[in-house]
Design a protein around this ligand. Sequence first.
Ligand SMILES: [Fe+2]
Ligand SMILES: [Fe+2]
Length: 201
Amino acid sequence: MAKKNSPRSSNATQKGAAKEGYFLSDVQELRRRARQHIEEGAITDSYKADKDLVCKVLNEALATEIVCVLRYKRHFFMATGIHANAVAAEFQEHAADEQEHADQIAERITQIGGEPNFNPEGLASRSHSQYVAGESLMDMIKEDLVAERIAIESYAEIIRFLGDRDITSRRLMEQILEKEEEHANDMKDLMATIDPTKKGD
Ligand SMILES: [Fe+2]
Ligand SMILES: [Fe+2]
C-alpha cells in the first residue's frame, strides 16, 4: 500500500513542516546560501565556529597523534623480553591507528580551509602528549598508558569546545576519543599480563 503524505513527501509539505518547526531552515533559503561562497567548499553559513581557532586546536591534536606514532614506533622496535612479541604487535597496531587519526585530522583541517602543520620544529610543544622512550617493556607500556590518558582528557575538552559549532570536527574527535579509550584499556591489560600484581590497579 502506498504511503500517505509523510511529512517529507513533497515540497509543499516540506514548507509546511518548516513553518511548524520540523526543519531548521527554509529549504529555498538553504539552497540559496549553499550557492554563496562556493569556494569555501564544505564550509557553509551554518558553520558557527572560529575557523582559525578550530585549525589551531586540530593542529595540536595532529601533533599529539604524530608524537604518539613516533613513541609507539620506538617502543615497537625496542620491545624485548619474553612478552616482547605480543606487546610489540600491540604497539605496532596502535602506531597504525594513530597514523590514521593524524591523517583524518589533517584532512579535516584542509576541509575547513586551514593547513595541517607537519613541521618537526615545535612538534613536541604543540603535542599534548609526550615522547618518552622508556627503558623496560613495563616502562614503555606505562608511558603509553599515560599518553593515552592525556589524549583522552584533551580530546574530551576539544569535543566540548567544538560543541555544535563544528559538528563534523566534533564527530571526528569523538570517534578518535573512543579509539584512544580502547588503546588505554589495551595498555592496562598488557600491564596485567606482564605483571599480574597490576591487575585491578
Ligand atoms: Fe590517536
Ligand atoms: Fe591512542
